[in-house]
Design a protein around this ligand. Sequence first.
Ligand SMILES: Cc1cc2nc3c(=O)[nH]c(=O)nc-3n(C[C@H](O)[C@H](O)[C@H](O)COP(=O)(O)OP(=O)(O)OC[C@H]3O[C@@H](n4cnc5c(N)ncnc54)[C@H](O)[C@@H]3O)c2cc1C
Length: 403
Amino acid sequence: MEAARLGRKVVLVESFPVLGGQAVNSIIGTYCGLYSNGTHGYQFTHGIADDILRDLGKQDRALFYRHGPITTVVYYDEIALSRWVDRTVEKEGIIPLLGATMHRVERDGRRIKSLEVVTRYGNVIVEATGFVDASGDAALAWLAGLPCRESENTPVYGTQMIIVEGIDESKHPARPDMAAAMKEHGEKYGLVRKEAISFVIPGRGVAALNMTHTETPLEPLAMSVSTLKGRDQADRAFRFLRDHFPDCFDKATVRAYGMPGVRQTRWLKGKTQLTLQQVRDGYRHPDAIGRTAWPVELHDKSDGHLWQSFPPGHAHYIPFSSLTPEESDNLVAAGRCLDADLAALSSVRVMGPCMAMGAAAAHALDIAGSGSVHQIDIAELQKRVSDNLDRKDAPWEVRDEQG
Ligand SMILES: Cc1cc2nc3c(=O)[nH]c(=O)nc-3n(C[C@H](O)[C@H](O)[C@H](O)COP(=O)(O)OP(=O)(O)OC[C@H]3O[C@@H](n4cnc5c(N)ncnc54)[C@H](O)[C@@H]3O)c2cc1C
């Protein structure tokens, strides 16, 4: 969307027949990392984030702002977001290529020349001057034969999200009560993960449950088996909630199972790598293009996850050079396939900073044209994305009315 707004001709290749990535299809349900810490912090990322907040904010109960305890998190209705993405893609004149899985990349030395995608209705070749790898799994970089990274010893678990409807919101249990019950009874239900997290947008009688841990191997058969196991785990988690919190969940039913939620698999090797130390120090790189203060949220244990939050006033940054493989002139990553160490990635992969990376990728390729993204004027790029680096406003009186 950011590239189309710069007047570029854009093709969006998506292997699902539905747009929106995990935000829509895995039913993630909340925008994290979008605000500075504190209960009413300022907005870190603008651009399309402003449009989403404005347009969904006008719809009845499509957004809910949860202020605190650490930061502001924005809950969204995934169906409203799905249609917003569809309409915006059409309005911006983006060419959608849906149900289209990229399976081959042609490279001429340092430049990516084209992608070949397979669809149910035949193969398509997409040629372009510049490419954004927003595949989550660094599929483009990997198929182009560029160096990629995977976690060697530490697994990073995904989650099967489900939506349940017909809950009694007024009886929704407090998080500590859910956590305590899960700790005590989770084993009995055969649950791998012993954490119970439920998001509710007030007034809709619906909860998004984030209560499972599933393996997300980069191997087709193993991933298929894991997908079905994830759904079974989600059913077990829901049974646990109905048994232990019947006042809220007894009349509820499952409305939707999201596509498997994948946190980290493979990511590209950038010119530089964002590190945990830089995240902790709030280091602002000379080529910073985005920021967040989201905690380190590493799902490296089957039964729980590591959570390290930061104080108010903290921000950490994403360097442009972590989005660009050294060996290519016209490829920029956006989203969770940037180069960061495991713990740093577990923070900057949330959707606030993902949108900042998308904006930076679009502007960098626009500036580079037929040249190299490694030779662009970084000051010019930072000027273009300055809202995502330095702006500090939070018009809460308006937002709260909408939310
Ligand atoms: C369970 C779970 C809960 C999370 N909770 C939150 C949260 O509460 N708030 C938050 O902000 N973030 C959360 N995150 C993180 C966040 O959702 C993701 O990191 C983010 O959505 C990543 O966006 P992305 O665009 O990089 O990748 P994705 O959203 O995964 O998009 C990549 C797209 O590329 C497509 N694709 C992949 N390979 C190919 C190919 N070969 N050909 C064609 N298309 C391809 C995929 O189909 C997909 O649509 C959560 C993640 C998970 C898994």
